[in-house]
Design a protein around this ligand. Structure first.
Ligand code: IMP
Ligand code: MG
Length: 177
């Protein structure tokens, strides 16, 4: 990647691909004989989900939810709104939530509880990155790509004010947080 002001590469494209491939192998093994329903959390998970399904390369369904937390800036206000609920039926399905990052944990904890109320056969969480130092509510991450430091990350789907989602690498946005 060409260097841009304020961006430092944390994980390269190659490192991410290797991690996603490893996650896919684990998930494929665990869900043998089951019909997975992957639920991507918009917008941040779209790049990760697109790579994950191709490494999984097994029959599965894909759906999306769009959640927004009230408030601006880096802090999660703790109040989540379901902007776009899942279209697929969740009842009796083996659901795997696909998240870009677990930060405070508020979003993932909310979504897991929200989906659980719809009586799935199972519901688990797959997160590309985990920032445990920022956790406010406990969240069990069943499949994790990277543990990351308390820095603001962009790229590979992650944005800062809708910018930088297109970057193939995951970068630290310097001067943020
Ligand atoms: P939560 O604080 O765990 O609820 O995370 C809420 C959402 O904030 C995540 O799904 C991301 O979309 C976003 N987020 C948290 N940390 C970062 C970051 O470092 N870069 C970009 N987005 C982030
Ligand atoms: Mg998100």
């Amino acid at each position: 990647m060409e260097s841009q002001p304020g961006l430092n590469v944390l994980f390269t494209d190659e490192e991410i691909q290797a991690a996603v491939k490893k996650l896919a192998a684990e998930i494929r093994e665990d869900y043998q004989g089951k019909q997975l329903l992957l639920v991507g959390v918009l917008k941040g998970s779209f790049v990760f989900l697109a790579d994950l399904v191709r490494f999984l390369n097994v029959p599965l369904e894909i759906d999306f939810v769009w959640l927004s937390s009230y408030g601006r800036g880096r802090e999660n206000s703790g109040r989540i709104e379901v902007v776009l609920p899942p279209r697929c039926q969740v009842k009796d399905r083996d659901v795997l939530v696909v998240e870009d990052i677990v930060d405070s944990g508020v979003t993932s904890a909310f979504l897991l509880e929200y989906l659980d109320k719809k009586k799935p056969a199972s519901v688990r969480l797959c997160a590309l990155t985990d920032k445990p130092s920022r956790r406010q509510v406990p969240v069990k991450i069943d499949y994790l790509g990277f543990t990351v430091p308390d820095k603001f990350l962009v790229g590979y789907g992650l944005d800062w004010d809708e910018k930088f989602r297109y970057l193939p690498d995951i970068c630290v946005l310097e001067g943020e947080g």
